[in-house]
Ligand binder design. Sequence first.
Ligand SMILES: [Zn+2]
Length: 356
Amino acid sequence: MDEIEKLLKEITEAHGVPGYETPVRSLVRDYFAPLGELSQDKIGSVICCKTGSAPAPRVMLAGHMDEIGFMVKHITKEGYIKFLPLGGWFDQTLLGQRVIIKTRLGDVIGVIGVKPPHLLSSEERAKVITRKEMYIDIGATSLDEVTAAGVRAGDPIVPHADFNIMASGKTYLSKAFDDRVGVAMIISVLQELQTKEHPNTIFGAATVMEEVGVRGATTAVEVVNPDVAIILESDIAGDVPGVNPEECANKLGQGPTVLIYDARMIPNLKLRDMVVDAAAELSIPIQLSAIEGGATDGSVIHLYKTGVPTVVIGVPARHIHSHSSIIHRSDYDNAVRLLVAILTRLDASKVAEFTA
Ligand SMILES: [Zn+2]
């Protein structure tokens, strides 16, 4: 396992659902500490400031460290746990999945269950089972055993899955690439810039609670007060059966994506073109992507104060918002190369052009 694989393994396996990012935040702080000066907003986003050869422009790199998860809603009298979603789950991906409940007494493993198929009528079996019919089973045989394990309403619940390098050696399987891949890219870029000149000051921000409505970006941007912003995200890969290229043409291994559109932001066109031109000049493959049904931290950052020129760069991932998503190493490496190239060129006069 090389350094990037080790980083991606640690950062995707770390626990951190919206509102309970503590475990992943402490890992991110450890990675950030040698790279710049750390600060934090009051809901938990962490910011690493790396000063270059000029105090301005202030460049914000944002990636969210929360992952989609759940919360304990209530415990039934038989000792099963009913749960709330934190973020946008597709209910069909949930059955049979393992989860970790973060209780005050420690971690408790469980599995998401429903009535066994043997007991379902053929009519019932043909229907989609919704989350409300599901429960988490921690292997208890009474309510007392659940209480003794420390489980209480309000406890966060994290998907349980591990990082794997897949057969080709070039693709990786893990939970939470959305958006730990973005946070990992901030770390990799700040590491690369330790030995390079950059005519600006960079603020790498690992934000919280994006999956429940871009909350951490709203407060982190107040700390940073950026002149320009680049959002680092996972994007959707459309190279799976049942998706036609008109819906989504992004493919694994064909380069990072540059978002031309999402539901809540149109990028600054001059900044977008700077990214596209830099990629062409350096022969870095990119894919232009439009997400009609989603948004990023950019949605609030680009509207901060009188406006912030913003663009989104993504790494395509298959099966996002599940326990098992897949990314391609070359997309990651190319995104980092592209970002380093942009950041070493982003000086005050260039940024002034974006809003001229
Ligand atoms: Zn995301």
